[in-house]
Design a binder for this molecule. Structure first.
Ligand code: FAD
Length: 368
């Protein structure tokens, strides 16, 4: 059982502590799910998280705001129990983030569905030639009679192939580079949208390359104003940035739990592995790094909730991700790296992708 005394820290309010305790109980009763069919597992997780009411926190209704500490606590807790559950939650939030922050009342109908767990969301920004460098986006959205003609390709799209709705970023050309992009709501059944390829990764989750050919979206598919796509994407990533560190923290806490159980059970040279001084030192080091990472993550979340500028959360989150990931791999012996080990199943989510640390400056788009 992980040490949850961090919940007493002053970054949290009673509602956060209450939510974390309730979610931990829910996770113990419902997770992990069977991962053998990843698409089915993700669909079922979205439905379960919706029925449990947890996905309500993945979006913000009109007049509400996304609470970053809540998002972090949910991601950390889910990641500790089942990495794919964290992935399912995170993508509902990230995918519909543009609608949460900038969506019109009509577009919010999709948000109601993703928050209820009856629709799956995805965020389609990356292209084969534009990852860190979002300003190099080549997918085009051209005004045509009654709407927008979309042509291009997106890749590395989480939930690609199982999503019901994508938020798509395309070049509308108001200005060169980052200032000429816009965001669109694209239902998965729109004619002209093809899942060109499903991508296989070592930590399986739904991931695909999408192709848009002769695809027409209606006028009202545009989210926000033309030319604001980059700003919109960065605003969303800014909210979810610290939550990536929180997920890594959940994996690290689980790794420590597994390592502790292992060193207590494993006997070597007539004693438990846990009785060896060097092993105790390694475990103490893991616990220390996890505590430091938690402080960084929740301070970043707290500062964001209190209106801090994005850059101040960014360094803290990057540092916390690095610390958490390192602690996560510092486990007990080679079996820590086998797929059969629970530690490998908890890390079976997107985890910390470089996408989550882009810079906010549209003029000088620093790749990651
Ligand atoms: C598992 C997974 C899930 C993903 N899910 C999504 C998704 O749902 N939606 C979506 O839109 N995208 C998604 N992505 C894409 C992801 O966000 C991109 O991979 C990321 O933005 C990096 O882009 P790239 O892969 O093209 O790498 P590149 O941009 O080609 O970068 C390659 C390397 O160069 C480094 N680099 C780049 N520029 C600089 C610089 N100026 N200085 C120093 N180093 C630099 C980068 O850090 C990186 O290590 C996903 C990726 C993965 C792996």
């Amino acid at each position: 059982m992980s040490d949850l005394s961090f919940l007493d820290w002053p970054f949290f309010e009673p509602r956060h502590r209450d939510l974390a305790a309730r979610l931990d109980d829910w996770c113990a009763a419902h997770l992990p799910v069977d991962h053998s069919d990843v698409d089915a597992a993700c669909r079922s997780l979205v439905a379960m998280l919706g029925q449990g009411g947890w996905l309500q926190h993945s979006g913000a209704g009109e007049g509400e705001r996304l609470d970053v500490r809540t998002l972090c606590l949910i991601r950390e807790t889910l990641a500790r129990h089942d990495g794919l559950a964290d992935f399912a939650f995170a993508m509902q939030g990230l995918g519909m983030g543009p609608v949460s922050l900038f969506g019109s009342p009509a577009q919010r109908a999709w948000l109601d569905r993703t928050r209820a767990g009856t629709a799956i969301a995805a965020f389609a920004l990356t292209e084969p030639g534009s990852g860190s460098d979002v300003a190099a986006t080549t997918t085009t959205a051209t005004r045509v009679q009654g709407g927008w003609l979309i042509e291009g390709e997106k890749t590395w799209i989480s939930n690609g192939g199982i999503a019901d709705v994508y938020v798509l970023f395309a070049r509308t050309g108001e200005a060169p580079g980052a200032r000429g992009l816009s965001a669109f709501l694209m239902p998965a059944d729109t004619p002209g949208l093809e899942v060109a390829e499903r991508l296989e990764v070592i930590a399986p989750h739904p991931l695909a390359t999408l192709r848009m050919k002769g695809l027409v979206l209606p006028e009202d598919a545009l989210i926000g104003r033309p030319g604001e796509g980059f700003k919109l994407a960065m605003s969303v990533l800014d909210v979810f940035r610290s939550t990536v560190g929180a997920a890594a923290l959940g994996f690290a806490r689980r790794a420590l739990d597994e390592a502790l159980a292992r060193v207590k059970a494993r006997r070597i040279q007539g004693q438990a592995l846990a009785e060896l001084q060097m092993v105790q030192g390694h475990l103490a080091d893991m616990a220390l790094k996890i505590d430091a990472a938690a402080l960084l993550v929740y301070r970043a979340a707290w500062t964001k909730d209190n209106g801090a500028p994005p850059s101040s959360c960014m360094a803290a989150t990057g540092c916390a991700m690095a610390r958490s990931s390192k602690a996560c791999t510092a486990k007990s012996g080679p079996c820590g790296f086998t797929r059969a080990q629970a530690t490998s199943s908890v890390s079976s989510s997107r985890g910390a992708s470089c996408r989550d640390l882009p810079p906010p400056n549209p003029d000088r788009v620093q790749p990651l």
